[in-house]
Design a protein around this ligand. Structure first.
Ligand SMILES: N[C@@]1(C(=O)O)CN(C[C@@H]2CCCCN2)C[C@@H]1CCC[B-](O)(O)O
Ligand SMILES: [Mn+2]
Ligand SMILES: [Mn+2]
Ligand SMILES: [Mn+2]
Length: 301
C-alpha cells in the first residue's frame, strides 16, 4: 500500500508566520523514511509550490482574510489529494494551517463519497462567514464542507460533500458561541475534553466511531490538528489551548483509527516550527511524525 505525502507549505488561513514551514520540518525529521520502515511504499513528489497571491491583490471579502489565496490553494490540494486517492494511495497531507482541510476532505470525498471524518482539534473550525470573529479561514473549513452559512462566491467550488452525521470531533475545548449554536443546530457529535476526562479516551474513540462508522464499513478521513494535544506536548502551534490531550491520548486515537482498517486519508496540521524555542519546535515536529506513524500502523508491541 502506498502513502502519498502531500507537503502543503501554506499559512494563509491564519496570521502567524511559520506554519508554512511545517511540512519541510516534518519531512526533514525523517517522516518518509519512518513510514517506509513501517512497510509503506512512500510517494513524495516534493512540497507543493503554491504561487502566492500578493496581499494587495487579495483584500478581505467581508471578514474573510486572504480568501483568494486560501481558495486557490485548497482547490489545488483537493485535486492532488483526489488524484492520489483515486490511484488507491493513502494521501498524507502535511500542513500548513487547517484551512487546507477544505481541500483534503473535498479530495477524499470525491473518491469516497461515503467517507466519515474524525476531526481531532481543540477547536471546531466550523465558523461561517457570518459567525467568524477572526476572519481566519482555518477556523472555518468544516462549515464550507457542510455547505452551511452565507455563500461566498470565492468558495463556490467547495461542494457540500460532508453530512453532519458523518463528522465527529474529539478534543474540543475552545469553541466560539456561534460554533456552539451550529453544532447544536446540526446535531453534530462532539467529544470535548470533558468527555475525555469522564469516559477515558478508549471509550470516547469507541463512541465516536460508533457514531460515524457503526459497522466500521465506511472509509475514514482523520484530520488531526496538533493543537488538540496539550501545549506541554505540542507547544509550537498557532492557537494553543491549555487542558488538552496527553501524548498517549493523542496517539491512542491514531492507533485505534488505524486498527479499524478503514483509514483512507490523513492530515497532520498546524505544526508551526517557528513559534517556540528550537527544543519545543523539535518536540512538536517529532509529535507530528509520531502521530502520523501511529495512524499508519506503528504499534507499541
Ligand atoms: N474559533 C477560532 C477562530 O479564529 O475561528 C477562534 N480561536 C481563537 C480564539 C482566541 C480567543 C479565545 C477564543 N478563541 C481560534 C479558532 C480557530 C482555530 C483554527 B485551528 O485550525 O487552529 O483549529
Ligand atoms: Mn484546526
Ligand atoms: Mn485547532
Ligand atoms: Mn491550530
Amino acid at each position: 500500500k502506498t502513502v502519498a505525502i502531500v507537503g502543503c507549505p501554506f499559512r494563509g488561513g491564519q496570521a502567524k508566520l511559520g506554519v508554512d514551514k511545517g511540512p519541510i520540518h516534518l519531512v526533514e525529521a525523517g517522516l518518509p523514511e519512518q513510514l517506509a520502515e513501517l512497510g509503506w511504499k512512500v510517494q513524495f513528489d516534493g512540497h507543493h509550490q503554491f504561487e502566492e497571491i500578493p496581499t494587495e491583490d487579495d483584500p478581505p471579502i467581508g471578514k474573510l482574510k486572504n480568501p483568494r489565496s486560501v481558495s486557490r490553494v485548497c482547490q489545488a490540494v483537493a485535486k492532488v489529494v483526489g488524484e492520489h486517492a483515486k490511484k488507491g494511495q493513502l494521501p498524507l497531507t502535511l500542513g500548513g494551517d487547517h484551512s487546507l482541510a477544505m481541500g483534503t476532505i473535498s479530495g477524499t470525498l470525491e473518491k469516497y463519497p461515503d467517507a466519515c471524518v474524525i476531526w481531532v482539534d481543540a477547536h471546531a473550525d466550523i465558523n461561517t462567514a457570518e459567525t467568524t470573529d477572526s476572519g481566519n479561514i482555518h477556523g472555518m473549513p468544516v462549515s464550507f464542507l457542510l455547505g452551511i452559512g452565507p455563500k461566498v462566491d470565492e468558495f463556490s467550488w467547495v461542494k457540500p460533500v460532508l453530512k453532519p452525521h458523518r463528522i465527529v470531533y474529539i478534543g474540543l475545548r475552545d469553541v466560539d458561541q456561534g460554533e456552539r449554536r451550529i453544532l447544536r443546530e446540526y446535531g453534530i457529535k462532539a467529544f470535548s475534553m470533558h468527555e475525555v476526562d469522564k469516559y477515558g479516551i478508549g471509550r470516547v474513540v469507541e463512541m465516536a466511531l460508533d457514531h460515524v462508522n457503526p459497522g466500521r464499513k465506511l472509509p475514514i478521513h482523520l484530520s488531526f490538528d496538533v493543537d488538540a494535544l496539550d501545549p506541554t506536548v505540542a507547544p509550537s502551534t498557532g492557537t494553543p489551548v491549555r487542558g488538552g490531550l496527553t501524548f498517549r491520548e493523542g496517539h491512542y486515537i491514531c492507533e485505534a483509527v488505524y486498527e479499524t482498517g478503514c483509514l483512507v486519508a490523513l492530515d497532520i496540521m498546524e505544526v508551526n516550527p517557528s513559534l517556540a524555542d528550537s527544543e519545543s519546535a523539535k518536540q512538536t515536529v517529532a509529535v507530528g511524525c509520531s502521530l502520523a506513524r501511529s495512524a499508519l500502523g506503528e504499534t507499541l508491541l
